[in-house]
Design a binder for this molecule. Structure first.
Ligand SMILES: *[C@@H]1O[C@H](CO)[C@@H](O)[C@H](O)[C@H]1NC(C)=O
Length: 299
């Protein structure tokens, strides 16, 4: 009974929020040009924007990796990016693609791709930090070779939940369970970051397999960025502004209250059953004092 009433009250709050926002004009920002939306932040020429901003590549060699970040900060959004990961022997390399806020009690939503020897599977590592605390790892194999082609990796982040998806298939959901004392990222705007770096001390088979520098430079590629998102600027969100910016984009705001329908719940279960290789929520050895509260919540 307690759980029913708390979830229905948070549902009411979300309905209220949505109607307020729709009444005011929720701005959807869409974009697909790297020059416009991102800045290369490190790597001394190893990161490149190509084809008039349609393509971005990161590279890694023995001297350095490279990285970029979004110009905008976002507070909620549905953010899609296509990535094609380092092919061949990528063991020891990590391609990180994530949202993060700043400061000591930061929030973060992570995709990290851990490379492997040719023919051996990448691991897709995910995590959610709220207020500086993570320890919420889930890891997956993929049902395709992520180096052979571009695939779409999406983060849906709204006030009720975070959903990680791969080519439109949900692989992980992190619900807003603040009512049970689990902090949820919802007050700190986040930027998009990505980097390619050497992590051969832990990435592949727990650090057993080292980066083969004779294969360098290693390259990962990005295209078709799309954000339906609330842009944060000078302390306010485009989603409740009375003077919408001129940003282009469709005005489909359904992502703001989106949840998994029964088909997508089935698909999530399929992925978790067949492709999940680590789940902190079942690691009773690690959490011998008791699993984190979000792991034992029933809804
Ligand atoms: C690499 O391949 C090995 C052998 O199949 C596998 O155990 C491991 O999970 C794979 N991925 C990483 C990142 O170590």
């Amino acid at each position: 009974m307690a759980s029913t009433s708390s979830s229905s009250s948070s549902f009411n709050v979300s309905l209220l929020l949505v109607s307020v926002l729709l009444g005011i004009s929720l701005i959807a920002v869409s974009a697909s040009n790297f020059y416009q939306d991102f800045a290369i932040t490190w790597g001394d020429g190893r990161a490149k924007m190509l084809n008039n901003g349609d393509l971005l590549t990161l590279s890694l060699d023995k001297a350095s990796g490279s990285g970029f970040q979004s110009n905008n900060e976002y507070l909620f959004g549905k953010i899609d990016m296509q990535l094609k990961l380092v092919p061949g022997n990528s063991a020891g390399t990590v391609t990180a693609y994530y949202l993060s806020s700043k400061g000591a009690s930061w929030d973060e939503i992570d995709f990290e791709f851990l490379g492997n020897l040719s023919g051996d599977p990448y691991i897709l590592h995910t995590n959610v930090f709220s207020q500086g605390k993570g320890n919420r790892e889930q890891q997956f194999y993929l049902w395709f070779d992520p180096t052979a082609d571009f695939h779409t990796y999406s983060i849906l982040w709204n006030p009720q939940r975070i959903i990680f998806s791969v080519d439109g298939t949900p692989i992980r959901e992190f619900k807003n369970l603040e009512s049970r004392g689990v902090p949820f990222p919802q007050n700190q705007p986040m930027r998009i970051y990505s980097s390619l770096w050497n992590a051969d001390d832990w990435a592949t088979r727990g650090g057993l397999i080292k980066t083969d520098w004779t294969q360098a430079p290693f390259t990962a590629s990005y295209r078709n960025f799309n954000a339906n998102a609330c842009v944060w600027s000078s302390g306010s969100s485009s989603c409740n502004s009375n003077s919408p910016s001129s940003a282009s984009g469709n005005n489909n705001n359904s992502w703001f209250s989106q949840e998994l329908d029964s088909t997508n719940q089935q698909r999530l279960k399929w992925v978790q059953k067949n492709y999940m290789i680590y789940n902190y929520c079942t690691d009773t050895k690690r959490f011998s004092q008791g699993l984190p509260p979000e792991c034992t919540a029933t809804s």
